[in-house]
Design a protein around this ligand. Structure first.
Ligand SMILES: Nc1ncnc2c1ncn2[C@@H]1O[C@H](COP(=O)(O)OP(=O)(O)OP(=O)(O)O)[C@@H](O)[C@H]1O
Ligand SMILES: O=C(O)C1=C[C@@H](O)[C@@H](O)[C@H](O)C1
Ligand SMILES: [Mg+2]
Length: 182
């Protein structure tokens, strides 16, 4: 499989709570790729949590840093990249994402909410109506997530390992094998 991918990066996109970070680790291992998470790179570089960056720079400031990080990441190969849930919002980011193979983890809203209900690390969900906020973000972003090369539907019974296997099995369907010259 890694020879089929020929070092092309895998970018996982999808809503917060979709499992990009969790599944990304497993995929990287299976592919013999390094794993990176744009949220982690941002937090490490700023020496601040994502919550603190949102509080100090606002979402606009965060999105600018996120684009800068993505631009640097896409200069490398053999990476599995877990992206932030809102990476699809900036048009310029698609130019970077399309350097690699884009995989959308499509998770139903009730499952996302169940996973994130107790979580305080996603600043956009610190809202009086977190489920309503999640729903409106999902509605706004679904047309963007649909631009992925691969859509992987995820249900409540699937483990991260099963989801990683599903992605591995689906990858060949969207790869163009290079012609072998004899
Ligand atoms: N298949 C799964 N089954 C059960 N729990 C899961 C699964 N995938 C992820 N989780 C749990 O859901 C939560 C969110 O997962 P994760 O942090 O990987 O999402 P994310 O897509 O990276 O979110 P964000 O965009 O906010 O970074 C975590 O607590 C994780 O353990
Ligand atoms: O969906 C979003 O907009 C976000 C998701 C997280 O990964 C972080 O990038 C941040 O909390 C914003
Ligand atoms: Mg994540």
């Amino acid at each position: 499989m890694s020879s089929l991918l020929q070092g092309v990066n895998l970018y996982l996109i999808g809503m917060m709570g979709a499992g990009k970070t969790t599944v990304g680790h497993l995929l990287a291992k299976q592919l013999g790729y390094a794993f990176v998470d744009t949220d982690d790179i941002i937090a490490q570089a700023a020496k601040k949590s994502i919550n603190e960056i949102f509080a100090e720079a606002g979402e606009v400031g965060f999105r600018q840093i996120e684009s800068d990080v993505l631009a640097q990441v896409c200069a490398h190969t053999k990476l599995t990249v877990a992206t932030g849930g809102g990476i699809v919002l900036q048009r310029e980011n698609w130019g970077y994402l399309h350097h690699g193979l884009i995989v959308w983890l499509d998770v139903p809203i009730d499952l996302l909410y169940e996973r994130l209900a107790e979580d305080t690390t996603r600043p956009l969900l610190q809202d009086i109506d977190p489920k309503g906020k999640l729903r409106s973000l999902l509605e706004q972003r679904t047309p963007l997530y649909k631009q992925a090369d691969l859509r992987i539907p995820v249900n409540a019974t699937e483990t991260p390992e099963q989801i990683a296997d599903k992605i591995m099995q689906a990858i060949p369907s969207v790869l163009k094998p290079t012609t072998v010259n004899s």
